[in-house]
Design a protein around this ligand. Sequence first.
Ligand SMILES: Nc1ncnc2c1ncn2[C@@H]1O[C@H](COP(=O)(O)OP(=O)(O)O)[C@@H](O)[C@H]1O
Ligand code: SF4
Ligand SMILES: [Mg+2]
Length: 366
Amino acid sequence: MMVPATSAAPQSGAHDKVPLLELEHLQMLFPARAAAFGGKRGHVHAVDDVSLALAEGETLGLVGESGCGKTTLARCAVRLLAPTAGKVRFRGADITSLGPRAMRPYRKHMQIVFQDPQGSLNPRKRVRQIIGAALELSAGGSGDDRLRMLLDQVGLNPEHANRFPHEFSGGQRQRIGVARALAVDPQLIVLDEPVSALDVSIQAQVVNLLDDLQDEFGLSYIFVAHDLSVVRHVSDRIAVMYLGKVVELSPAEELYRRPVHPYTLGLLGSIPIPDPVVSRSRPRQLPRGELPSPIDPPAGCRFHTRCPGATDICREVEPPLTLYPGGHEAACHHPLNVSSSDIAGAVRSPAASRSSGSVVPVPPGG
Ligand SMILES: Nc1ncnc2c1ncn2[C@@H]1O[C@H](COP(=O)(O)OP(=O)(O)O)[C@@H](O)[C@H]1O
Ligand code: SF4
Ligand SMILES: [Mg+2]
């Protein structure tokens, strides 16, 4: 269906200081399926008090092992899920509780590309219909020219328009998923492990395509991956999640050069650290053992059951997300690779300490 040009969703350009997307103290609890967790009743703490902001044109990498809450966070961010608590703001407007009708003007600004291109494309529809349905939402027209242009932009041929999803390779199917997302002229695309299901040889091609499209269309991305290597070259900043929480948030290269949280170090494996100002020797083991149950997360620091550097305080007190000089945030009582002057200059993470409701929204259409 066509969305009126005078949609209620704020337009780009006028309020560049306001982040494109803000998540404030976001929490998503799912009722626990008792059998899956040894008969315990309760809630899965899939996302637990996460605060993040995404600037216009920025790529935020979101990384953590399977089950840590990345997909749930991604779905809350584009309001495919309504969070249990916290706020979701798009250009300053609170969209946390909007129903399907009120969300409609926002839908064309925020798109999601799923991990499994096979499962997310209707097998009975031709590419022309799959992308055509999305094109009808866009202001740019739904004609054949537009369809051809989109196919070209994602590296497919015009004759592909008449084929069904099963006639394509995995990489090509993901290109169709990207074309469908692009069709509505979005500002934000959440990429939920867009290359995880693809052969390694194809992954770089799709990542490079996404990178090129971002430059061409000024897109903002949340790029989800379970592996830090995938997001390294495309991310401006990277957030590392563990058991529903963001445990580290940093400019991308800084994270690889100077991981502060032991979990991040574990994800990275052993890497040389050239920085001479190191406050303490660091544990070098990869995280061992299973992810604990998100129904009954460990007290204190959630990583303490697997952390080689855990002490008594880690088992009792949850470490707050702390901002170190240089823009690097981490939640750890015994941070790695920080100097004593870094510790002296550290403050509570501004995003995490902001209370919900303190952001002044941009008036609709402003
Ligand atoms: N609809 C749901 N109902 C119950 N539990 C869910 C649901 N979706 C996700 N979960 C649980 O929430 C946690 C986080 O899942 P998910 O967000 O998919 O993690 P990731 O994408 O990082 O693998 C997991 O324990 C998962 O089993
Ligand atoms: S707070 Fe303690 S248990 Fe948690 S990551 Fe830091 S050192 Fe490890
Ligand atoms: Mg996932």
